[in-house]
Design a binder for this molecule. Structure first.
Ligand code: SAM
Ligand code: SF4
Length: 355
């Protein structure tokens, strides 16, 4: 057991909260699961809410969590700092849409200052970037993944049900201007919905000096009609290869994507292929939902609930640390998504678990 120093501080979610200080003196020091995989990467969802309702991610009518069931920003910070104390060096802030969380910047500024956290990164739909990009960069967010499935305004509206493409494109420009390292676009591949735009999306990425990853749609949440739209990474890569020279790259972003380079450009084209190229062997990550559920695997339903631990021991790191260490015992070897896409193979939506 190690000692944490707690210091009271005014916080956005409460009049006075405790901000945990990370200590580097942790005897075991690392998180290793029962298969010997070392966990160095956490994806933390800070809200289940979103200003879009993407058809593959959410139902049209979503019921969001009541506020008291969502971790406060102080609790998010405490969870992140305990993970960092256990050797986690990369943290991705996600959601829902992380930038619709009130006072998200308060949290990001503190995360950006956590000793031992080497990479603070974020996944966003881009809708709020025009406003927040410079402040995010100043807070220490190093890289952004911005979701962009189409470059056509009407189609964008249809996929997101609410979103405004022009606003997102302005957000992408703001991210470029703010000087993030390697901004990456994420596009979910959907047959008959955006597959005629894959070439245009890659051209857009190349023209703007961005990376782009194509993601195989995953069967998360009760959404019907997925099976007709599934496209494998392999098919997309073959289709792109008719238009671009794609050179295999050994580079990795530390995630499951496999990358190709386009000669003469800075851009990399990646494929995230949970179906066709299982990446569980080298899994180095866990996810924490806005509700404080620690999911050791995106594709399984087992979770360890951190919120009761946090609230039973306010401001104390040791019980939380132990719960996180215990979660290693339930990290499964891997997911077993099949291509039977109509039935949800995991009952929660991606917006719950965080992408
Ligand atoms: N709102 C932010 C965004 O859209 O980037 C962050 C959260 S979102 C859940 C994270 C990523 O998950 C997005 O790139 C989104 O396209 C992807 N996603 C959501 N549902 C998915 C699904 N069923 N299969 C594959 N990717 C999905
Ligand atoms: Fe919101 Fe992101 Fe899900 Fe779209 S993919 S509904 S932007 S959380």
């Amino acid at each position: 057991m190690h000692n944490e120093t707690l210091r009271p501080e005014a916080t956005p979610d409460g009049a006075a909260g405790f901000v945990p200080k990370v200590t580097t003196a942790h005897a075991e020091g690392t998180l290793v699961d029962k298969y010997g995989r070392r966990i160095t990467y956490v994806r933390l969802s800070i809200t289940d809410r979103c200003d879009f309702r993407c058809t593959y991610c959410m139902a049209e009518e979503m019921t969001f969590l009541p506020r008291h069931e969502v971790m406060s920003l102080e609790e998010c910070l405490q969870v992140a700092s305990v993970f960092v104390g256990l050797g986690v060096s990369k943290l991705r802030i996600t959601g829902g849409e992380p930038l619709v969380r009130k006072d998200a910047l308060w949290l990001l500024e503190r995360l950006g200052a956590l000793p031992g956290l080497e990479q603070l990164v974020m996944t966003t739909n881009g809708s709020q970037l025009e406003r927040y990009a410079p402040a995010l960069r100043a807070a220490g967010v190093r890289r952004l993944n911005i979701s962009l499935d189409t470059l056509r305004a009407d189609r964008f509206k249809a996929i997101t049900r609410i979103g405004d493409l022009a606003k997102v494109l302005r957000g992408i420009q703001a991210a470029k201007a703010a000087g993030f390292q390697r901004t990456k676009l994420n596009a979910v591949m959907m047959r008959g919905i955006n597959d005629d735009e894959f070439v245009d999306l890659v051209r857009f990425a190349v023209d703007h000096g961005l990376d782009i990853s194509f993601i195989e749609e995953m069967p998360l949440g009760e959404i019907h009609g997925r099976s007709g739209t599934f496209i494998s990474s392999e098919e997309t890569r073959e289709r792109l290869a008719a238009h671009f020279t794609l050179l295999p790259s050994t580079e990795s972003s530390g995630g499951p994507a496999r990358y190709w380079r386009i000669p003469g450009s800075e851009s990399r084209v990646g494929f995230i292929s949970p179906h066709s190229h299982n990446f569980c062997d080298s899994c180095n990550r866990v996810r924490v939902t806005a509700k404080g559920e620690l999911y050791p695997c995106l594709g399984q339903n087992d979770a360890l609930h951190l919120l009761p631990v946090l609230r039973a021991h306010p401001g104390e790191n040791a019980p939380l640390r132990q719960a996180i260490i215990d979660s290693m015992g339930i990290k499964p070897y891997g997911h077993d998504f099949t291509q039977q896409m109509d039935a949800p193979q995991v009952v929660r939506f991606m917006s719950m678990t965080g992408g």
